[in-house]
Design a protein around this ligand. Structure first.
Ligand code: NAP
Length: 327
């Protein structure tokens, strides 16, 4: 099969089109013919190995010391089941599904991928394109994971920093679905987009400092959902309700720092990595089928132009998802 392979850590040019062994499904796996995959912020970060200093060594040990141990990137896919292992009951050849490969050695930037049938995957909702479905996988499941962890209730006030990104666009929609009052933070060109996703208020961070502006207006948030990773709890303390939660999505941080913040400020800090399961994916498919979610597609590239797609994502300002078609 054809696959885009990261030949080392480094700039987008380390990605090269290669012939690669087509995977064979194990007894509990489905073999998916990938139709659409994406380039996520996480792909860009892994390829360039842009990580905070304190996780450098553990991340290298985990991902590969000199180059990526699993060199095919891509955390999201939508495609057709081509074959199934002998124990698979949930899917059959010809079914359409969408999936996260985050817990399964990545590998979606290729023609084929094997995944366990009970992993983070679900049948595609009806009347949804492959690219819309692929774009749900990481952004929507991450937003769902963190908003559930914050136990968002109707009427609560939620601020989403990075409201125009892959995670942020879904955080706005899911928080609204939970009945929260949502304030989105983004740059000027994305204000209308974020409003169209359901945000009650939008702060343009290029015109005013969002934390200072909220504090000046006396706004208090029950939840600050940071999907950027360039800020810290201390900047938001003045606007976070006494029992409020800071969702450190963009820069998960370490458990010790989170505990220290909680002990010294009384605010809960939620970090770590979302690890969705099949129930979460079934739920996202239902929400999509009911019209409660939409995927924002920014740009489209063919697999062969993955280098260009990475260059764009490296800029840190994509709107929603960057879709990669696999012909
Ligand atoms: N913890 C987890 O499990 C998990 C899972 C998935 C992703 N992540 C992380 O979450 C972060 C977001 O991921 P993503 O896929 O949503 O990224 P993305 O699609 O690249 O979106 C990033 C967004 O950040 C905004 N932004 C950039 N600089 C900003 C600033 N100074 N202030 C406010 N907004 C700013 C951009 O909006 P404008 O263009 O409007 O500036 C852009 O829409 C990444 O760090 C990613 O690694 C974590």
């Amino acid at each position: 099969m054809r696959a885009m392979v990261a030949t080392s850590y480094g700039p987008p040019e380390v990605l090269q089109l290669r012939e690669w062994a087509k995977p064979v499904p194990k007894a509990n796996e489905v073999l998916v013919r990938v139709r659409t995959t994406t380039v996520s912020a996480g792909d860009s970060r892994m390829r360039s190995f842009t990580v905070p200093a304190f996780v450098w060594l553990p991340a290298r040990l985990h991902l590969g010391l000199r180059r990526l141990r699993n060199p095919i990137l891509g955390m999201e896919l939508a495609g057709d089941v081509e074959a199934v292992g002998k124990d698979v009951r949930r899917f059959k050849a010809g079914d359409r599904l969408f999936a996260s490969t985050l817990q399964h050695t990545f590998g979606a930037n290729a023609e084929y991928k094997c995944l366990p049938e009970n992993g983070a995957l679900a049948a595609m909702p009806p009347n949804v394109s492959y690219e819309e479905a692929a774009g749900l996988a990481i952004g929507a499941s991450t937003a769902l994971h963190f908003l559930r962890a914050a136990d968002v209730r109707p009427g609560q006030r939620v601020l989403v920093n990075g409201a125009s990104g892959a995670v942020g666009t879904f955080a706005v929609q899911i928080a609204r679905h939970y009945g929260a009052h949502v304030t989105g933070v983004c740059s000027t060109g994305n204000v209308d987009l974020v409003k169209s996703l359901g945000a009650d208020e939008v702060i343009d961070y290029t015109r005013e400092d969002p934390a200072a502006s909220a504090a000046t207006r006396g706004a208090t948030f029950d939840v600050v959902f940071d999907a950027v990773g360039k800020t810290s709890l201390s900047r938001w303390l003045g606007t976070l309700a006494p029992q409020g939660r800071f969702l450190n999505v963009g820069l998960p941080g370490d458990a010790l720092t989170r505990r220290w913040y909680a002990a010294t400020t009384g605010r809960h800090v939620v970090g770590g990595t979302a690890s969705p399961g099949r129930e979460d994916f079934d739920h996202l498919a239902e929400l999509r089928a009911a019209g409660r979610l939409r995927t924002v597609i920014d740009r489209r590239y063919p697999l062969e132009q993955l280098v260009e797609a990475h260059r764009y994502v490296d800029g840190g300002h994509k709107r929603g998802s960057v879709a990669i078609s696999v012909a």
